[in-house]
Design a protein around this ligand. Structure first.
Ligand SMILES: Cc1cc2nc3c(=O)[nH]c(=O)nc-3n(C[C@H](O)[C@H](O)[C@H](O)COP(=O)(O)OP(=O)(O)OC[C@H]3O[C@@H](n4cnc5c(N)ncnc54)[C@H](O)[C@@H]3O)c2cc1C
Length: 338
């Protein structure tokens, strides 16, 4: 366990916003986490869990304790001829887990390659990309209850996973330290290559037989081209969620905007491409002070160097207002504002 006071969070958020916290605690195993919350954490003051800070925008210094779970390791819990159950420590980097599983030919996580952040944060917003969501390979998780220090196990059916959503983003937000995630992967791969430009990328690559390693490489290539590297330009990936509208609203929008980019969810509702809306509203590539909307992907807000959290938030609110005014659609934030 390591405890630091008046600690800068600049390196702990991918927006690179220069804020600090009163106390920063690094925990390296489950027992330490349990002891810490029972005996040392001042629960009368605010506290916050942090992984890699790739889905957080700090708009002020954090006047409380930031808890950083840094336990490590991957362990095969069980296997059959078809499946394998792996327990991954919360402090592991998500993409290291994907690389580890692909190397062993355990399939299911490859489409989630290169998503920044930790294993422990992955269930919080049910990370998703390229036609896959974490919920499809999630089996359970272990977490320490902050109030009592007790270890609890949660299973798939309890997590209430939704689009960039889970029980831990709602009722249980900030109530548990997730210490491990259990994933169920497949020994016989089922390739998911229909989404976005995966097929086109595969066509441009040379390989003999399609494999999960090739799909992982294709996704890494696409993401590296499309998304800004937070080390070079601060960002937190998609700032907004893709809005979901009902059939009536969708019909009205199509009449007004025949090229509307949307996806039929086949349940009477449609997912709109927020990037398309933001692009149509003229924000793509737009710079304002120290903030810009990324030139290749309108869903991403970037810090041009010295932006404060408030500046980033204010620009995001301007985008929300304009989208509401132009399309009558509410853009919900994906990023956590702290
Ligand atoms: C360039 C870029 C691309 C991205 N692309 C995608 C994408 O394709 N799909 C996608 O879904 N997301 C994407 N994201 C968002 C981000 O990678 C994910 O949300 C990721 O899971 C966040 O992990 P983190 O460790 O950085 O969490 P943090 O940002 O540190 O925290 C996120 C939330 O989880 C909570 N939390 C963190 N660790 C724990 C823990 N151990 N226990 C309990 N609560 C915890 C925090 O309190 C906070 O509420 C992208 C971000 C970037 C910068």
């Amino acid at each position: 366990m390591e405890i630091k006071s008046n600690y800068s969070l600049k390196k702990h958020n991918t927006f690179g916003v220069d804020v600090s916290c009163n106390t920063f605690v690094t925990l390296t195993n489950q027992k330490e986490a349990s002891d810490y919350v029972q005996n040392k954490l001042d629960k009368t003051q605010p506290y916050l869990l942090i992984g890699e800070g790739s889905n957080i925008l700090f708009i002020n210094d954090f006047e409380g304790t930031v808890i950083h779970m840094q336990n490590k390791g991957f362990e095969v819990l069980d296997e059959t001829h078809k499946n394998v159950w792996i327990k991954a420590a919360a402090g592991e980097i998500w993409d290291d887990f994907v690389a580890w599983s692909v190397e062993r030919k355990y399939a299911g996580a490859e489409n989630l390659s290169l998503i920044p952040g930790t294993v422990g944060a992955a269930p919080i917003q049910n990370i998703g990309a390229y036609g896959i969501e974490l919920s499809e390979i999630f089996n359970g998780l272990e977490a320490i209850e902050i109030e009592t220090g007790e270890l609890r196990r949660f299973y798939l059916r309890e997590l209430q996973f939704g689009y960039r959503d889970s029980l831990f983003k709602q009722e249980l937000k900030n109530k548990y330290i997730i210490t491990a995630v259990i994933l169920k992967l497949n020994k016989f791969p089922f390739f998911k290559i229909d989404y976005g430009n995966i097929k086109a990328e595969l066509e441009s690559m040379s390989y003999e037989n399609l494999s999960i390693a090739i799909i992982r490489q294709a996704i890494i290539n696409i993401r590296n081209r499309k998304l800004p590297d937070p080390k070079l330009r601060g960002n937190a990936g998609s700032f907004f969620k893709n809005p979901i509208v009902n059939q009536k609203m969708h019909n009205e929008l199509i009449k007004r905007f025949p090229k509307l980019a949307s996806y039929d969810l086949k349940n009477g509702s449609f997912k709109l491409a927020a990037a398309w809306l933001i692009d149509q509203a003229g924000f793509k590539g737009l710079k304002k002070g120290n903030v810009a909307v990324h030139e290749n992907q309108a869903l991403i807000l970037t810090n041009l160097g010295q932006a404060s959290g408030k500046e980033l938030l204010s620009f995001s609110e301007e985008i929300q207002r304009k989208i509401e005014e132009m399309f009558g659609v509410e853009l919900e934030r994906e990023v956590n504002i702290i």
